[in-house]
Design a binder for this molecule. Structure first.
Ligand SMILES: [Zn+2]
Length: 178
């Protein structure tokens, strides 16, 4: 059977087509083509202008981009959460949470109470004037410490929520591509 030689309407590649065919898919660009025949000539016309191969490649690239994005935010979160960790005496990190915030506040208040006790003792013992002031400094540091623990917990909770939200979004996008 003699093959007709036509060119792709989309990319111009040569197409060898059986004279009986009405449709063809271009091997070069993936376009679906209709074969039009007039008494004088035959030509192709794009049916579906989407370049399927390019489309598929773009989809693959998008998937890779999302996977990289996921790895990146996981990595960034790992180092970010280090900043929020509460370091114990042995260097082990505790993630801030309700427990650590309560412990920080209770500890801070206990230390402040000790400062008040110190001040009243120093005042009653007619110690030098700067002596009670130690208590005041102590109270300030204790309350500052308690406030810092609470602030750290609030910031950490917000940052973790943002991270989880971003992660969910990327996972949902990846899910839709499967
Ligand atoms: Zn083509």
């Amino acid at each position: 059977m003699e093959l007709e030689s036509l060119t792709c309407d989309n990319c111009g590649a040569r197409l060898d087509i059986s004279p009986a065919a009405n449709f063809v898919t271009c091997a070069s660009c993936g376009s679906r083509l209709a074969i039009k025949r007039t008494p004088g000539a035959a030509y192709t016309e794009v049916l579906d202008r989407l370049d399927r191969r390019t489309e598929r490649m773009a989809a693959d690239l998008e998937t890779i981009r999302l996977q990289n994005e996921l790895e990146r935010i996981d990595r960034e979160w790992e180092s970010e959460r280090e900043q929020y960790m509460i370091r114990g005496r042995h260097g082990s990190g505790i993630t801030p949470g309700a427990g650590s915030a309560i412990a920080g506040v209770v500890g801070g208040l206990a230390a402040a109470a000790f400062g008040v006790f110190w001040m009243s003792m120093a005042a009653s013992m007619s110690a030098p004037a700067f002596f009670p002031l130690f208590g005041l400094v102590f109270i300030a540091i204790a309350l500052g410490g308690a406030a810092y623990t609470v602030l750290k917990t609030v910031l950490y909770t917000g940052a973790e929520r943002d991270y989880q939200q971003r992660r969910e979004e990327i996972l949902a996008q990846l899910d839709r591509r499967r």
